[in-house]
Design a protein around this ligand. Structure first.
Ligand SMILES: NC(=O)c1ccc[n+]([C@@H]2O[C@H](COP(=O)([O-])OP(=O)(O)OC[C@H]3O[C@@H](n4cnc5c(N)ncnc54)[C@H](OP(=O)(O)O)[C@@H]3O)[C@@H](O)[C@H]2O)c1
Length: 283
């Protein structure tokens, strides 16, 4: 049995679909099973990564774990899973981490949270695989309201390029790591096939949607304020803005060969991703 955490989110849900396609038995950990909306063949267990007592029942009969959490507490969540996994029959944890978790010079919050989470896993007794993606292509879904309202993409750091990766490719790497031998102890840095600025992403979206779109560079302050309006807490908004600012650094443009190496097929382009999500952008 494979336990998938983050099952209601972008990557976790794609991991579930990938495992079901291989007829693997899947259990999903969810804080609110009643709203999880997962396929019927998935066993859903109520648990919270922040509540250690809830994890032993969730791990009963589980041999592998896909581990994903978010926010300032995520390293505690990782440590909680490791502690519970050590007392169960789990023999492999695949953690969704962050592109710069391995770079000690990265002192902004999100890589630091993940670095601490990775450390907890490495110090535990369960074999692991770390999956470290760069920015997700799906972050462009945040542009839907302004595209629908005003054919405009508003985003900061217009000079920055990120080799954004399709969450489906992240999930494909995670699924391979869970179901195949030979991935234990590996660290997978993941990117998409091409570094893109927000303006270049806007041009691709315009082609895919079949109408002109305008890119407007916003200030970091405006972008942070929009996140607060959207309901993101101040600590998380600051952490996301610090991470976004790194788009101006060269490492975000590096194209990694890992998706192809692990899955045997090239990573999907931003155009492919946009075509798959076209309906969500249309009015
Ligand atoms: N976006 C990017 O560009 C990017 C780049 C690199 C790495 N990452 C990393 O990717 C992860 C986010 O992945 P995602 O976008 O797929 O996630 P997401 O769609 O934001 O979903 C988050 C998931 O985590 C679950 N979760 C949060 N707190 C939990 C808790 N206390 N107990 C149990 N479950 C909990 C949520 O469950 P509920 O349904 O209960 O809320 C949800 O299923 C983060 O670790 C982030 O740092 C993101």
């Amino acid at each position: 049995m494979i336990l998938v955490t983050g099952a209601t989110g972008t990557v976790g849900r794609a991991v579930i679909d990938g495992l079901l396609a291989l007829d693997m038995p899947v259990r999903a950990l969810a804080r609110r099973p009643e709203t999880a909306r997962l396929p019927e063949s998935v066993e859903v267990v109520r648990a919270d990564l922040g509540e250690p007592d809830s994890l032993a029942p969730a791990l009963r009969g589980v041999d592998r774990v896909f581990l994903l959490s978010t926010g300032p507490e995520l390293s505690k969540h990782d440590a909680n899973i490791v502690a519970a996994a050590e007392d169960s029959g789990v023999h492999h944890i695949v953690k969704l981490s962050s592109g710069r978790a391995g770079d000690d010079a990265a002192t902004d919050p999100i890589p630091m949270w993940h670095r601490a989470g990775e450390a907890a896993i490495r110090e535990g007794g369960v074999p692991w695989t770390m999956v470290r993606p760069l920015g997700f292509m799906s972050n462009a879904l945040h542009w839907i309201p302004s595209i629908r309202a005003a054919d405009t993409v508003r985003a900061p750091f217009g000079q920055g390029r990120i080799a954004v990766v399709d969450p489906a490719d992240i999930a494909a790497v995670a699924v391979k790591s869970l179901v195949e031998q030979g991935h234990s102890g590996n660290v997978y840095a993941l990117s998409g096939p091409q570094p893109l600025s927000p303006g270049e992403q806007t041009e691709i979206l315009a082609e895919v949607l079949g109408r002109p779109l305008r890119y407007v560079e916003t200030s970091a302050a405006e972008s942070r304020s929009a996140m607060l309006d959207f309901g993101v807490g101040p600590e998380m908004a600051d952490a996301i803005m610090s991470l976004r600012a790194t788009a101006l650094e060269s490492f975000t443009s590096v194209v990694h060969p890992t998706v192809a190496q692990v899955t045997g097929r090239p990573p999907r382009s931003f155009r492919d991703w946009a075509l798959g999500h076209r309906a969500e952008f249309l009015n």
